[in-house]
Ligand binder design. Structure first.
Ligand code: SAH
Ligand code: SF4
Ligand code: F3S
Length: 465
């Protein structure tokens, strides 16, 4: 079959989709880059906010019309499939296949079943704690069977170190859809990283919902997250090692010291605050106070002074007062984040916040607070980026800039005088760096002298490596 996969949601979903491409091609299917002409469309979905789900519902509506005129297999994979289960298929009869994020290894068999006209469903019936050994082995098979040549980038790759989440922040659907927290065996992770390095990848990003809670015990030996970093950092060819997303509670000094002492661990900390107010943090069940979060920022500055900080915030959480909101604005002003992801609270069915608290901040106020946080971050982001002007940074050039890609789509040729294009890359601190250069530099490292800054990116000139 010709299969089109559309991926929504976080990096974990992007990784899952990449692994699925390998899995279904090994089963004899072909992946196509456009839904037109596809025999099957698969949505790898996200449930974190209503907006992400609405996108899929509208696609399903269109697919139902397409199905009326030609055969088309429609599948919903991932977090939404798990959250809604068979209700989704009941409401959208166009859906032929449902597969939860923990059952993705079953996809080839599900496709075969759906092809014969039967509805194919694989979901986790409940949140199994702990997952049994057979399930874990099956889930591991997806990561272990990975073909390293299939990474979307030739320079970097994601590697999962944990599944699920046990933190149960009150607003969050992830623990319900991704299941219980489980750390992968370090030897499996190491094998996968080695495979990717052998295939020429040099930047590895470790993924987990609370990646720094990683902890694996076997035969009386415990591997903490800092130990895992130390072990991986020894692998030849690993130039950059990153990890996302961290939980502030688990960001201990050992981890900051590992970041300082291991030369290939990048100085990049994505540790979402969600709010600057103690009262809101408590209702969110985040497990820390504003003071503790401030202490983390202070230790990070002390131990890894060049670390880039990135935050997430939710505005309009139930009961959020003007004073609570002002505390978030204040935190953004204090933290010096490179960037912050700012979201309006979206009640998720079945989560503790949705059950316990009324969504009482009116939409217009949520929007206004959202804009105020964005404006505060814009100022903070500009100040953050400005400090790099005049410095030389190592940049991994990842591709053409958005501006250049737009030109390509309009079929405009590169600057006829120089043949140069606008390239985009990332510093070790994950800053976006834009610079002119030949496209032959894509997927290589360069030294760039920073000449200007905006609130979201740096502009530089390429020197020699
Ligand atoms: N595991 C990561 C990311 C979770 S989802 C972590 O713990 O940081 C990514 C972000 O979405 C969260 O950090 C939070 O800011 C936001 N988010 C999660 N649930 C939300 C909800 N119900 N409404 C609005 N934003 C939400
Ligand atoms: Fe959601 Fe909290 Fe887990 Fe992050 S730590 S995935 S926000 S429950
Ligand atoms: Fe969304 Fe699932 Fe990721 S809910 S944020 S795709 S874990």
């Amino acid at each position: 079959m010709k299969i089109y996969i559309e991926t929504l949601g976080c990096q974990m979903n992007r990784l899952d989709s990449e692994l699925l491409v390998g899995l279904v091609t090994a089963a004899g299917h072909e992946i196509v880059s456009h839904r037109r002409g596809a025999d099957a469309v698969l949505y790898n979905t996200c449930s974190v906010r209503r907006h992400a789900e609405d996108k899929v519902y509208s696609r399903l509506g269109v697919d139902a019309k397409r199905k009326a005129v030609r055969p088309l297999l429609v599948g919903v994979l991932g977090c939404m499939a798990q959250r809604e289960g068979k209700d989704l298929a009941r409401r959208y009869p166009a859906v032929d296949l449902l597969c939860g994020p923990g059952q993705l290894h079953e996809l080839p068999a599900l496709l075969e079943k759906a092809r014969t006209g039967r509805r194919a469903v694989a979901l986790d019936p409940d949140r199994k704690t702990p997952p049994d050994a057979r399930d874990l082995e099956a889930m591991e098979s997806l990561d272990l069977s990975r073909d390293p040549a299939r990474t979307p980038s030739r320079s970097g790759a994601f590697v999962r170190v944990m599944r699920g989440c046990d933190r149960f922040c009150t607003y969050c659907i992830v623990p319900f859809v991704r299941g219980p927290e489980h750390s992968r065996p370090p030897e499996h992770i190491e094998r996968e990283v080695k495979k990717l390095l052998d295939a020429g990848r040099s930047e590895i990003t470790l993924l987990g919902q609370t990646v720094n809670r990683y902890r694996h015990e076997t035969g009386g030996k415990t591997t903490r997250f800092a130990d895992l970093l130390a072990r991986l950092s020894l692998l030849p060819g690993l130039r950059r090692l990153r990890f996302v997303t961290s939980h502030p509670v688990d960001f201990g000094r050992d981890l900051l010291e590992a970041m300082r002492d291991l030369p290939n661990v990048c100085p990049y900390i994505h540790a979402p605050a969600q709010s600057g107010s103690d009262a809101v943090l408590k209702r969110m069940n985040r497990g820390y106070t504003r003071g503790q979060y401030d202490d983390l920022l202070a230790s990070a500055r002390e131990i890894v002074p060049d670390a880039t900080l990135v935050g997430d915030f939710i505005t309009g959480f139930p009961g959020e007062t003007d004073a609570d909101h002002a505390a978030s604005v204040d935190l953004i002003g204090q933290a010096g984040y490179k960037n912050a992801f700012i979201f309006k609270y979206s009640p998720r069915p079945g989560t503790p916040a949705e059950k316990r608290f009324e969504d009482d901040v009116p939409e217009a106020l949520k929007r206004r607070r959202n804009m105020e946080l964005l404006a505060a971050q814009k100022t903070a982001g500009r100040a953050h980026h400005q400090q790099y002007v005049g410095r030389v940074l190592e940049v991994l050039i990842t591709g053409k800039s958005a501006r250049e890609q737009k030109k390509d789509r309009r079929k405009e040729s590169p600057d006829p005088q120089t043949g140069l294009v606008q390239l985009q890359g990332r510093s070790r601190g994950d800053h976006i760096v834009l610079m002119e250069g030949p496209d032959s530099l894509i997927d290589t490292y360069a030294q760039a002298r920073i000449t200007a800054a905006s609130d979201l990116s740096l502009f530089g000139e390429i020197g020699r490596e």
